[in-house]
Structure formats: C-alpha cells, structure tokens
Design a protein around this ligand. Structure first.
Ligand code: FES
Length: 268
C-alpha cells in the first residue's frame, strides 16, 4: 500500500476468530440454507416489484387498478396529465419504500450475507477481498445512513395504503367484502408492523435519554419504546411477511385487472 495517501487507504478488517477463506468454517449445521432461501425469495420479489412498478405498464399497458383496487406499488397515485405513457407513475412513489427497505438494518445484514458473502454466515470465512474495505464509511454504502430519512418518508405512502384499503370497501355505492379488500388490509397491516418495528424508530422514540422515569414526557416515551421493542423483536418476520404480501397484492390486482381471475366478493 506504499504510495497511496493514508486518507485513501481502505481500513484493514480485523481477522476475527472465524476460519479464513470463503466458506471455511467449523460449523456442522446447514448454515447456507437460510441465506440461500432468503437470497432466492428476495431476488424474486425485488425483481418482480421493479419490473411491475417501473416497466410493466409502460411496456405492455398492463393496468394497475381495477374496480376500486389500486396496486400498492402505485399508492398514492400520482398521474399528472403531462406524464407520458412510457413513464410509470410508480416512479414517483417506489423510491421511498425501495430506499426504506434497501437501507433497513435487517435487510442489510441479510443481503450483505447472501449477495456479498460478508460474511456468508456467523463463524464462516469470507473472501480475501474483504480484508480491506470501507463498507458503510464511503460511497455508495455510506448512503445507508439515510435510513432514518426514509423511515419518516415511508409513513406517507403507508397512510395512503390504509386509505386505499378502506376506500376499496365501498364500490359503486355498495359495501363490498372481497378477497382484494382483505389483501389490501393485510398488506397495510404488515407494512405498518414493518415500519413500527424499525430499529431506527425505536431509537427515535427511546434513544438518547438518560432517565426514563424523570418526567411525564420521558415516561410516555419509555412506554412507547417498550411497545415498539416488542414489535422490533420480530422485525425480521415483519420484513419478510410484508415483502411477500406486497408482492402478492400487486400480482392479485394485476390479475383481476386483466381478467385472468375474478375477485370473489360479497356486495350489499
Ligand atoms: Fe428495518 Fe428500519 S431497521 S425498517
């Protein structure tokens, strides 16, 4: 590394106690199963959501709303008249949930493992290329620090998802209890659980306090922090469940919209 200014040198990663070399480990369990399954699921959902949110409608004209159901990828629907048909309205919205998920602490752990093998698992050796690296101290991964900003922004589309679910109950002056209504409500519920269980939100509410019981305000914050902590314990489950259901919700609305399936519903 001689000749390279110290400020540009990548820090050396501590070797730790794991064996050296990609995949080297003393573990005897099937440690690769979980990251393998997660990589498959994540790649399928992320690819589908990108294609559906950005490309599908401009390229094939596939509708994303039907009979009072709006795909969650397009909510709130921003479709100004000047918008050319080759640009998806999803572009105005998707960067928020995408940025929120991409910078999520849990997903970072997961995709650092399955995409970058950094490390592939606990006590499992990683590639030698990782001996020197900057990770989240330099571009592009320093952008992970925007997570809290994305958290605040994520509550905007979340609010509209509840509005969409509630308004889908009424269609053409009739009350409707349909499968689509249920899917939209479950989707809003799971995304709410995912957002409220966020590590960053937990810190916003209960962090940087020296005393929980010193005033009424801090006691309220402590109480809220306890509730968020009980959700936060299951953040991984919220993350996967909400990702699967938001994908399924978009698939469902699209299939109903093109007439491939009917929406079973009771109207009264
Ligand atoms: Fe996962 Fe904030 S840590 S959404």
């Amino acid at each position: 590394m001689t000749g390279i200014p110290a400020s540009l040198r990548l820090p050396r990663k501590p070797t730790g106690t794991a064996r050296q070399g990609l995949g080297a480990t003393g573990r005897r369990d099937e440690w690769a199963l979980a990251p393998g399954a997660q990589a498959t699921l994540f790649t399928i959902c992320a690819t589908y959501l990108f294609v559906s949110g950005i490309l599908l409608t401009p390229l094939l004209g596939t509708p994303y709303e039907v009979d009072g159901y709006l795909s969650p990828l397009f909510s709130p629907l921003l479709r100004p008249e000047w918008l050319p048909t080759w640009i998806s309205p999803g572009l105005f919205i998707l960067w928020v949930p995408l940025g929120f998920r991409a910078t999520c602490y849990y997903y970072r752990k997961a995709y650092y493992r399955f995409y970058f093998a950094d490390p592939p698992g606990c006590a499992v050796g990683e590639p030698s290329i990782h001996r020197r690296y900057a990770m989240e101290t330099r571009f592009p991964f320093i952008l992970q620090n925007l997570h809290r900003l994305f958290l605040y922004l994520a509550f905007i589309p979340l609010f509209f998802l509840w509005v969409d679910a509630a308004s889908s109950v009424v269609q053409l002056g009739h009350l409707r209890l349909g499968l689509g209504v249920g899917i939209l409500f479950v989707n809003a519920f799971l995304l709410t659980g995912y957002s409220l269980s966020c590590h960053s939100l937990r810190h916003v509410v209960g962090g940087r306090l020296d005393c929980f019981s010193c005033s009424r305000r801090t006691r309220v914050r402590y109480s809220l922090w306890q509730r968020l902590t009980s959700l936060n314990l299951h953040h991984m489950a919220w993350a996967w469940a909400s990702l699967i259901v938001v994908t399924a919700a978009d698939v469902y609305v699209r299939l109903v919209a093109i007439g491939a399936i009917a929406d079973p519903a009771i109207r009264f």
